[in-house]
Design a protein around this ligand. Sequence first.
Ligand code: PLP
Length: 400
Amino acid sequence: MKPQYNFDKIIERRGTSSLKWDSSVRLTGVDGLLPLWVADMDFEAPPEIREPLARRLEHGIYGYTVEPESYFQAAQEWLERRHAWKVEREWMLASPGVIPCLSAAILALTQPGDGIVIQPPVYHPFAMRITGNGRRVVENPLLIEGKRWGMDFEGLESAIDARTRMLILCSPHNPVGRVWTREELERLVDTCVRRKILIVSDEIHCDLVMPGFTHIPIASVSPEASRLTVTLVAATKTFNLAGLGGSVAIVEDPELRKRLEATQHAVFAGLANTFAAAASEAAWRSGQRWLEELLQYIEGNYRFAVSFFAKRLPAVSVLPLEGTYLALLDMRSLGLTDDKLSDTLRRTGRVWLDEGRKFGRGGQGFQRLNLACPRAILSDGLERVCRAFSSAVSSTPHAE
Ligand SMILES: Cc1ncc(COP(=O)(O)O)c(C=O)c1O
């Protein structure tokens, strides 16, 4: 099929208060970096989303907004179509974002001092929200075998103590790029049922899955799984709408839902943003085609990065990408400390990746590369990475 969208188009983002493009001095102390860090894409949303937003903007009044029923309906239809997961309308609660809702779930469903399991290296706000809300981080680090990360099920059994109440799952997993298999999810559910642990499953990356892989919502693996899980989904990561916010929590169990809803009411009210519902609803209703083309483009960028490093800087390897648009670069064989890695990338290469260590235990020696940008930007970024290390390692070209 002829492509309908142009992902090669370069759009200037500097000067738009972009976290990715406008904060390098504030966050790194270095100016003029090419940003390939935070999970935000340099692609414009498709006309199918921009047009309804433009109509809403034209209206001119941006008062308090409630999410319409059609917002939930669009999410339900999307989840069923894309992930074969049928959720009831009454299971759904709207919130301004996945992370605000994660905090609400921690407050609603655990007590101060309770333990909450995370599996690092993992999206760093999980640990921040646990400790920031007076709960205890229980780490069950992922294990890497060869180039592939997996869950440590034996480690999980021993990490859980008498006051462990919850596990936060990242599915697909940021930053290791895994799409969890049915077997892995079933095993996790089995442990959580036996040990009476609730699951909060952050599935914000669920649509960003590479060809050949299938995302399985953990709540869909069995009726028990559905009863002990709070699933967090959004259109904002898939369609690059993070600046507008908006997410949906899906909770089948009425008691858990009642507690989560009460805490949500105590700390925030619904989506809160006039444009959020319009954008996400349009995305879920009409974004399918754009998403298919996006995934192909990202896979192309992934292949481009793999072959770039194989030819130009074989000391760095790109880990397999099953899901998300974030590739983990294994730089351990360069033999540099994390400080030195980042310093060399930023000061010599003038390129800004996310440090693996930011995601906790196991992330040392890795850097996370954001592939969701026009190929020309990616190519510039990879040249910068290569330049950064050209004096540190031999970069003699060799056959693929
Ligand atoms: C795993 C994960 N969860 C949540 C978020 C952020 O969600 P929100 O912007 O809805 O709070 C991100 C953003 O990168 C993410 O990678």
